[in-house]
Design a binder for this molecule. Structure first.
Ligand code: UP5
Ligand code: MG
Length: 192
């Protein structure tokens, strides 16, 4: 195969930072395909025939990170099935295992053009997820899971953001403001 097939923007930030919300807006306005790794894992967990459903369930509840082989395979499948070339990959890669697994399988296939980092105070993140938890039915929108999600984010995901920062790929967006204000800042990234 000659040249890369896919262009990718990774979208990272703490739990409840607004990754999914902003990705939907970017998808509408700029035509990228939004793939949320968490949504793909939640869908896989619901499939009765899935051999991974129990493993995924446990990781989500504990706020720990699913092995990259599972997540990367789901992402690749969704990319292929979309028939498109430009993707926003939301909530991945979250740790060194994810990063290495992605690099090993996607080198030469997908190019990471940018990493959008939604920088949000922990208190805001927790407050948003707890508020959503009243109606979301998500297994991890509760106080106990959230403490673990925040811990995993700080310990494992922040170093990945710093890795991409050292490659000069990170675009920072402060995410504590309201949705429209945040999106105004997001648009500036796409008009550069
Ligand atoms: N909201 C959004 N923006 C707002 C704003 N500006 N002002 C006020 N409210 C705002 O938003 C969260 C809530 O806040 C919503 O109610 C929204 O209306 C409101 P959302 O856009 O959903 O934020 P997001 O950052 O997407 O939050 P999410 O909870 O999805 O983040 P997580 O990173 O925790 O969840 P994710 O689904 O990515 O992962 C869940 C779990 O899956 C992980 O903990 C892990 O166990 C597993 N996982 C992996 O193992 N590997 C992966 O690669 C991905 C996930
Ligand atoms: Mg999300």
């Amino acid at each position: 195969m000659s040249g890369t097939c896919y262009n990718v923007m990774f979208v990272l930030g703490g739990p409840g930072a607004g990754k999914g919300t902003q990705c939907q807006k970017i998808e509408q306005e700029f035509g990228y395909v939004h793939l949320s790794a968490g949504d793909l894992l939640r869908a896989e967990r619901k499939r009765d025939e899935s051999e991974y459903k129990d493993e995924i369930e446990e990781h989500i509840r504990k706020g720990s990170i699913v092995p990259v082989e599972i997540t990367c395979a789901l992402l690749q499948k969704a990319m292929k099935e979309s028939g498109k070339k430009h993707f926003l990959i939301d909530g991945f890669p979250r740790n060194k295992d994810n990063l290495d697994g992605w690099n090993n399988t996607m080198q030469g296939i997908a190019e990471v053009e940018r990493v959008i980092f939604f920088d949000c105070h922990v208190d805001t993140c927790v407050e948003r997820c707890l508020r959503r938890g009243k109606t979301s039915g998500r297994a991890d929108d509760n106080k106990e899971s959230l403490e673990k999600r925040i811990h995993t984010y700080k310990e494992s995901t922040m170093p990945i953001i710093e890795h991409y920062r050292s490659l000069d790929l990170v675009a920072d967006v402060s995410a504590d403001k309201n949705e429209d204000e945040v999106f105004n800042d997001v648009k500036k990234i796409f008009s550069r």
